[in-house]
Design a protein around this ligand. Structure first.
Ligand code: KG4
Ligand code: ZN
Length: 361
């Protein structure tokens, strides 16, 4: 089963060819971040137009790199939600039109489910693309706990939740239950805002990581947010505002931030949000008893959170699965991976499938 996946929910246009929901034959990603950097964040209309220009050549490139032709494709899949409406519509409408023209099944995929499905992916060996040779990899079959942390989302999810399976449905890869989510900013969004106030280019998450490597994580005291009555929900706006006020005070007092100030702020902020995440994930693992944890999304590129998750899972004897860094950020291979399971579950899209900024899982 060969799937052409398309992703255009934010500022990355991506097309990928994936075999059997697992083997990545190609995964082309075109980031618009340089274009948006001068505005300090994603400008939705510019994003939509950039997707429009990129989508056809990117799909052609994905097929070529995979060594397949369009007639080898069995399913067309695209992200339909959540994301920027105008951006989503470009990929979604292109995918529907292509499926219609080729008389192929069209599968709409939820972006968050796609991030989780990145954990199933392996890179096909270049000389074995056609032969279907698979590198050994034990993928995390549901049920498991998942943590998704990106520029737009921070959620703890149960995949293949047992009570849903008991209710009679036997396709756990498509069953998701939200146990906790952010009440305000997403974790990546908070990283980006702090970076922006310190003068780093959008998206600033990776730069904060570099600065944090050289800073003292105990240098700046920051409040730990709690969501009253909901121990698995997140809130990052309090710590974000605290850091912005701290930066403004220091700037007024000293006329600016020193290089060491920036490093210490980055390190202390990283420690704060990473510990917020770790404590909730720990609680969710204890509560549910899951022994497998999948973590995905752009923020999982961060080595501090990766290291702390590893320690947590070692302590609790939990198997940890974090996709390769190239599959952590937005990409179409993860969309094709989830589409494989949605197709098996019979979740096909109609040609009037719409895009949604937010939606249920
Ligand atoms: O998953 P993703 O590519 O897009 C969304 O679905 O939002 O995530 C992008 C987010 C951005 O906020 C970016 O700053 C953050 O992931 N990010 C990082 C790092 N690399 C990317 N945050 C912290 N540390 C990093 N190394
Ligand atoms: Zn994403």
């Amino acid at each position: 089963m060969i799937i052409l996946g398309i992703e255009s929910s934010c500022d990355e246009t991506s097309a990928a060819v994936v075999r059997n929901g697992r083997e990545v034959l190609s995964n082309i990603i075109l980031s618009q971040s340089e274009t948006h950097a001068k505005y300090g964040g994603v400008v939705p209309e510019i994003a939509s137009r950039a997707h429009t220009e990129a989508i056809v050549p990117l799909c052609e490139q994905a097929l070529e790199q995979a060594g397949v032709s369009i007639s080898d494709i069995n399913i067309i899949a695209a992200t339909y939600a959540p994301g920027l409406i105008g951006a989503l519509l470009v990929g979604l409408n292109f995918a529907k039109a292509l499926a219609y023209r080729l008389n192929l099944p069209f599968v709409p995929v939820n972006h968050i489910k796609g991030h989780v499905a990145a954990a199933y992916l392996i890179q096909a060996q270049s000389d074995s693309r056609r032969a279907g040779v698979v590198t050994p990899y034990i993928e995390p079959a549901p049920p498991f706990l998942a943590f998704v942390a990106s520029g737009g989302h921070t959620s703890i999810l149960e995949v293949g939740a047992s009570e849903l399976r008991d209710a009679g449905d036997s396709v756990p890869y498509t069953q998701f239950k939200i146990l906790g989510a952010t009440r305000d900013d997403a974790i990546g969004e908070a990283f980006d805002k702090i970076a922006r106030v310190m003068g780093f280019a959008y998206p600033g998450g990776a730069e904060i990581e570099k600065q944090a490597d050289l800073g003292d994580k105990y240098a700046v005291k920051m409040p730990f947010a709690k969501v009253e009555g909901s121990e698995l929900d997140f809130s990052f706006s309090g710590v974000k505002t605290h850091v912005i006020n701290y930066i403004n005070t220091l700037t007024q007092k000293n006329g600016g931030l020193t290089e060491q100030d920036k490093r210490d702020i980055a390190a202390s902020f990283t420690e704060n949000v990473v510990q917020s995440a770790i404590s909730r994930i720990k609680r969710a693992l204890e509560k549910t008893g899951h022994k497998k944890l999948v973590c995905a999304g752009g923020v999982l590129a961060n080595s501090h959170i990766r290291a702390d998750l590893k320690n947590l899972c070692d302590d609790l004897s939990v198997n940890l699965y974090i996709p390769d860094k190239k599959y952590c950020g937005d990409n179409a291979a993860m969309i094709a991976a989830q589409a494989y399971h949605e197709h098996q579950a019979g979740n096909l899209g109609a040609l009037n499938q719409n895009a949604y900024a937010a939606c249920e899982l």
